[in-house]
Design a protein around this ligand. Structure first.
Ligand SMILES: Cc1cc2nc3c(=O)[nH]c(=O)nc-3n(C[C@H](O)[C@H](O)[C@H](O)COP(=O)(O)OP(=O)(O)OC[C@H]3O[C@@H](n4cnc5c(N)ncnc54)[C@H](O)[C@@H]3O)c2cc1C
Length: 438
């Protein structure tokens, strides 16, 4: 495709996370030729975790030509099993066959680095349209003169200004671009503690081989979730069933006790074992296998919904404007949908003076959906983590009714939610609606 502004428009993307990479790739495929991606980290960053690749995500990856780079890593999920954390009693076991039938793609999971690398490789294949600038942090945005300030590794360095026509802030939950935008709008940046943290762990086949019950988790193409008061653990195989990915959620104790600027840290294994000490023997065996130096903890933060994602020639993408709890497995998917829709809109512009109008169309097409999914993830989290015994009993009874067609309290596999989330083709809808909105 050749966007009218493709040969001339100078596009700056802040952040080479899932949203930034997808935005760069989608714009390159629309015919934009001058896309610069500024990434503070030295490379694609710490990505030692699994990620849900729901139908709405795989559909976009296929459309963007990134899928072929990660196809062999992805594992198709056939079932999801919910169990009591302390008892190991199976409360529900739901087949995911309906997902492929209903949405045209199966539900898959993959290594986060496979997803990031796939987007990156596809961007490189679009070179020289996309140029990456690693170790380059954006520190300021000048909304009046259309420029960004960047600096290299030396934090004492004042940095220098770069003139641009449009800026996409895909710099994650701690977004500097959002901060600048809110300051400009006279509002406060308000990243909020959720009081929750997450351990992310990976176990390789060799570490599980001696324990048939644990090995079965790697070989079963099933997602298993154990739930207990205030805590939950999810496990699924990734990387062609060679790695078992485990992610937990529990009350944030460690970050709250010792606040740091970073929200991801190597964690103490004995502290992790203590948090899950009352969980069943299977979970205990799993957690004990983790090498002491390989426990990583993430602090989970969100931000109140923003009034707008746009200011002048600047728009926000992904976690910068809709950071989410992980309970719906849609954070990266929504960041990538943002990039895909943004490119559709940008591709229709014929004059730079229409950039603001175009960015507002992007916001119109994306904001309601992304914010609803943030809310659904929060609701799902509250349900899964109930501490009150009566609420737990009601939830568990609901899980037991899933086999007879009842709604699933774990919303990422509840049909009403999956119809809304997985059944939605964001690019098709954008293509249909964009002309009427410009
Ligand atoms: C525990 C946990 C589990 C999750 N599981 C899933 C899941 O299964 N499925 C799913 O879809 N999502 C999941 N998510 C959410 C998902 O990881 C995020 O929603 C997604 O990564 C957001 O992408 P992003 O590009 O907006 O931000 P990020 O991935 O955070 O990328 C932002 C990038 O910007 C860079 N950056 C920051 N500031 C600057 C600056 N000033 N200048 C230049 N560069 C900068 C950062 O270094 C980073 O590379 C999970 C999140 C957590 C915490």
């Amino acid at each position: 495709m050749t966007a009218k502004l493709g040969p001339t428009l100078r596009i700056a993307i802040v952040g080479a996370g899932m949203g930034g990479l997808a935005t760069a790739l989608a714009l390159a495929r629309q015919g934009f030729e001058h896309i610069d991606v500024y990434e503070a980290a030295a490379d694609l960053g710490f990505v030692g975790a699994g990620i849900q690749v729901a139908p709405n995500l795989s559909r976009e990856l296929q459309r963007l030509g990134a899928w072929e780079y990660m196809e062999t890593d992805a594992v198709e999920m056939h079932t999801v099993s919910i169990r009591g954390g302390t008892t190991d009693e199976e409360l529900a076991n739901q087949s995911l066959a309906y997902i492929r039938e209903r949405y045209g793609q199966p539900h898959r999971v993959a290594h986060r680095s496979a997803l990031a690398n796939a987007l990156y490789e596809a961007c490189k294949a679009a070179a020289p349209r996309v140029a990456f600038h690693f170790r380059t942090a954006v520190t300021d945005v000048d909304f009046d003169r259309h420029r960004i300030r960047v600096r290299g590794r030396d934090e004492a360095e004042p940095g220098h200004w770069i003139d641009v026509d449009v800026v996409f802030g895909a710099d994650g939950v701690k977004s500097v671009v959002r901060k600048c935008m809110l300051a400009r709008q006279g509002e406060e940046d308000d990243a909020q503690d959720t009081g929750q943290a997450a351990y992310r762990i990976m176990l390789r086949r060799g570490q599980l081989a001696h324990d048939p019950e644990l090995l079965a988790l790697l070989e079963s193409n099933s997602t298993s979730r154990w739930i207990g008061a205030g805590r939950q653990i999810i496990a699924y195989p990734i990387s062609g069933n060679t790695i078992l990915n485990i992610a937990t959620t529990q009350p944030d104790v460690n970050f709250a006790a010792a606040p740091t600027a970073t929200w991801t840290t190597r964690a103490d294994k004995s502290a992790m074992l203590a948090v899950y000490a009352d969980f069943c023997p299977r979970v205990a065996r799993l957690l004990r296998l983790v090498p002491a130096g390989e426990v990583c903890e993430w602090k989970l933060r969100v931000h109140r919904p923003l009034r707008t994602w746009v200011e002048g020639c600047v728009a926000l993408v992904g976690d910068a404007c809709h950071p989410t709890l992980p309970h719906l497995g849609q954070g990266a998917a929504q960041a990538i949908e943002d990039g895909a829709v943004l490119a559709v809109v940008m591709g229709k512009l014929t004059d730079v003076k229409d950039i603001l109008a175009g960015l507002l169309v992007y916001e119109h097409l994306r904001k309601t959906r992304a914010e609803r999914l943030v809310e659904e993830a929060a609701i799902s989290g509250r349900t899964l983590l109930h501490a009150d015994p009566e609420a737990q009993a009601a939830r568990d009874a609901a899980f037991r009714r899933v086999s007879t067609g009842g709604p699933n309290p774990d919303k990422w596999v509840d049909r009403t939610v999956t119809d809304y989330v997985y059944g939605f083709d964001c690019v098709k809808v954008a293509e249909e609606q964009v002309a009427g909105l410009m």
